[in-house]
Design a protein around this ligand. Structure first.
Ligand code: NAI
Length: 335
């Protein structure tokens, strides 16, 4: 019999919330860290939610998942963050219908300052941090700033839901399965300024890889309807469901962390909000979504893509928004 792996510790904040409700099952059954990776789940929420969290813990137990060695429900950040190998920072104040991102930002960056400090003090230095709570990019930046002993490349923000949405739109338009479409990228902020970019995409037909430009030559649709549908998809779900995306957000969080943990296949790239080094003339020092390839738990920004003037303009616009968010966040944190 092969030797069992050492268990890892995985933190989920906002554990009593709606995204976590879908996320926990997928993590617990091995979809993220592998079918052979035992884990302890640290579930952090605020004191007022401890009753609800108790119910979630009962259900986790009732799922009878062999990989789950133990569950630690807590409102104490020290207990929550101690020795964690991976952290899904989901807990935040969710966007309600009609709420401006600015209001959301002020309310949320303070949470992420405190959590950055807790990560710095109690988590493993190798911890991989995925920020889901909005405004995700700027929250991730604040978190990293207040965790100076953890490498900045260990912090990321989720734009995978946007990528999944974009991929699904392209697949539907072409009448193919989603797995036939790859290398659809999200640039910039997880906000309505994000730039969903299908131009470097590839579509599998039989044994052939067809370039997007040949598979879907409708430039007008790609520049207009496709971009706005993906940009506004979150708002459309809120308008219909009266709550923000949860099932699809949890699935995307799993996709993001799984690829970070286990790597991406050669020639496949995924979108992740990571610290910009100025690639593609983006503003250095903000968390910007780029196409990345991942090997040995390290991401690398895909270089050498040619961007036309339309794309350059979109990258500039979303980069500018991230600069403004950074200024606002740092001034809120300094108070
Ligand atoms: P929810 O309101 O159902 O759950 C949030 C949970 O976080 C609540 O249980 C709340 O008590 C908890 N929480 C608040 N402050 C906390 C703190 N300081 N520490 C620990 N827990 C705390 O919200 P939902 O739907 O689960 O969404 C969570 C976040 O994810 C929101 O900010 C939402 O905007 C964001 N989101 C991000 C997406 C992305 O693509 N990046 C997609 C969808 C949602």
């Amino acid at each position: 019999m092969s030797q069992q792996k050492e268990p890892i510790r995985v933190l989920i904040t906002g554990a009593a919330g709606q995204i976590a409700y879908s996320l926990l099952y997928q993590i617990g059954k091995g979809d993220v860290f592998g079918q052979d990776q035992p884990l302890y789940l640290h579930l952090l929420d605020i004191p007022a939610m401890m009753g609800v969290l108790e119910g979630v813990v009962m259900e986790m137990m009732d799922c009878a998942m062999p990989l789950v060695c133990g569950v630690v429900p807590t409102a104490d950040p020290v207990e929550g963050f101690r020795d964690v190998d991976a952290a899904f920072l989901v807990g935040a104040m969710p966007r309600k219908e009609g709420m401006e991102r600015k209001d959301l930002l002020a309310a949320n960056v303070k949470i992420f300052k405190v959590q950055g400090q807790a990560l710095d003090k109690y988590a493993k230095k190798t911890v991989k941090v995925l920020v889901v709570g909005n405004p995700a990019n700027t929250n991730a930046l604040v978190c990293s700033k207040y965790a100076p002993t953890i490498p900045p490349e260990n912090f990321s923000a989720m734009t995978r839901l946007d990528q999944n949405r974009a991929q699904a739109q392209i697949a539907a338009r072409l009448g193919v399965g989603v797995d036939a479409v790859k290398n659809i990228f999200i640039w910039g902020n997880h906000s309505s300024t994000q730039y969903p970019d299908a131009r470097h995409g590839v579509v599998k037909k039989g044994n052939d890889d067809i370039k997007m430009i040949d598979a879907l030559p409708d430039q007008a649709w790609l520049q207009d309807q496709f971009v706005t549908t993906v940009q506004k998809r979150g708002a459309a779900v809120i308008a219909a469901r009266k709550m923000s995306s949860a099932m699809s957000a949890a699935k995307a969080a799993c996709d993001h962390m799984r690829d970070w943990w286990l790597g991406t296949p050669d020639g496949s790239y995924v979108s992740m909000g990571v610290l910009s080094d100025g690639s593609y003339n983006t503003p250095p020092g903000v968390i910007f979504s780029f196409p990345v390839g991942i090997k040995d738990k390290k991401w690398t920004i895909l270089q050498g893509l040619s961007l036309d003037d339309f794309s350059k303009g979109k990258l500039e616009q979303t980069g500018q928004e991230l600069i403004e968010e950074r200024e606002e966040a740092f001034s809120v944190c300094a108070d």
